[in-house]
Design a protein around this ligand. Structure first.
Ligand code: AHG
Ligand code: MN
Ligand code: MN
Ligand code: MN
Length: 336
């Protein structure tokens, strides 16, 4: 009967969030409504990704974004979907998207207490070859109730109320933290519902995988170069680590969360701030890692302590298993 009970006692993401909600009597359901709109956006993008090849949705959109990247059709489509879904939720005041140069200030008639920062489609370079891609988001509460201001989204990551990602791969997996641990849900296409499949995710304390673009090795600084060297030629007689690098942050982070190890996008001589964007890539993934018992480091400080000055600011990032990140912190401290 246990299996049957499991089958009929579906813990959907909606039910999960409402349960969480009941722990905060002061909340008026706004967060649940906001999250349901983010989930709707993910379901839409999941469907679009799954038929991208058929629906002529692969290839370039013919525009270039503020990052200087050629936008793919799915970058633009998913951005439109999330902006519209978030505005229509009536629970947001400011939106920051990788694909929009300026922050979106929501019309007063539709304003709510939350600010959402998001990467509508992460891993765009992998769209056309069918490799896993995703959506990443973080949620802040407005700092004060008066007029929304850019300061409301230039908060350190530790102020986020929630963060998560959706990975569009062999299955559609939604991973979320509202500040009390990390839970994973898998889309059941026959129900159109996300069902809890990974309760209370905890990252292994130490891993055997390192994940970095070795193609940038020529430009790495000493601590990064030393750390990667030790992964390949351990000095303590342990076996070398495996290298796994997918090139979609969502997929590399999801594997790191479940299997353990370290994911790195270090600074290099060409890009001294690394490549990944603070608000909608570094912060949400760092938030999740800490909530799962891991940690996230910029090479200088705890990633979530960083105070961004600009909405598309970048930062180097080392995140994953607690002990693995601790090792690289020691190497950077020795450099000071
Ligand atoms: P996006 O597709 O949203 O621009 O993000 C791509 C990012 C991230 O997903 C990944 O970790 C990184 O780019 C890979 O960069 P390299 O190809 O330079 O390794
Ligand atoms: Mn991009
Ligand atoms: Mn991205
Ligand atoms: Mn993107």
């Amino acid at each position: 009967h246990a299996a049957q009970a499991h089958m009929t006692d579906l813990m959907t993401i909606t039910r999960f969030v409402l349960n969480e909600q009941s722990k905060h009597p002061e909340s008026r359901g706004d967060f649940s409504i906001l999250l349901s709109h983010i989930v709707l956006g993910c379901k839409f993008v999941c469907a679009a990704v799954n038929k991208a090849g058929l629906a002529k949705l692969i290839g370039l959109a013919g525009e270039t974004n503020v990052q200087g990247e050629e936008q793919k059709k799915l970058d633009v489509l998913s951005n439109d979907v999330f902006v519209k879904a978030l505005i229509s939720s009536g629970r947001t005041s400011i939106l920051v998207s990788e694909e929009d140069e300026e922050a979106t200030f929501v019309d007063p008639a539709l304003r709510g207490r939350y600010c959402v920062v998001f990467d509508p489609l992460d891993g765009s370079s992998n769209i056309d070859c069918g490799v896993s891609i995703g959506t990443i988001f973080g949620i802040y509460m407005m700092k004060a109730n008066e007029e929304p201001h850019l300061e409301d989204v230039l908060q350190p990551g530790k102020n986020m109320l929630a963060a998560g990602y959706c990975m569009y791969g062999s299955s559609c997996t939604f991973v979320l933290s509202t500040g009390a641990g990390v839970n994973g849900f898998t889309l059941d296409p026959s129900l159109g519902e996300f069902i809890m499949t990974h309760p209370d995710i905890k990252i292994p304390k130490k891993g055997k995988i390192y994940s970095v673009n070795e193609g940038n090795a020529k430009n790495w600084d000493t601590p990064t170069a030393k750390y990667v060297e030790r992964c390949k030629y351990p000095q303590d007689g342990s076996s070398p680590k495996s290298l796994r690098y997918i090139g979609s942050m969502v997929a590399d982070v999801h594997r790191t969360l479940l299997y353990g190890g370290i994911f790195m996008y270090p600074a290099d001589k060409k890009s001294p701030d690394g490549k990944l964007r603070v608000l909608y890539e570094v912060f949400p993934m760092s938030f999740l890692m800490e909530q799962a018992g891991g940690q996230a480091f910029t090479g200088k400080e705890r990633a979530l302590d960083l105070v961004p000055k600009k909405i598309h600011e970048r930062s180097p990032i080392f995140l994953g298993s607690y002990d693995d990140v601790e090792e690289i912190k020691v190497l950077y401290a020795a450099e000071e």
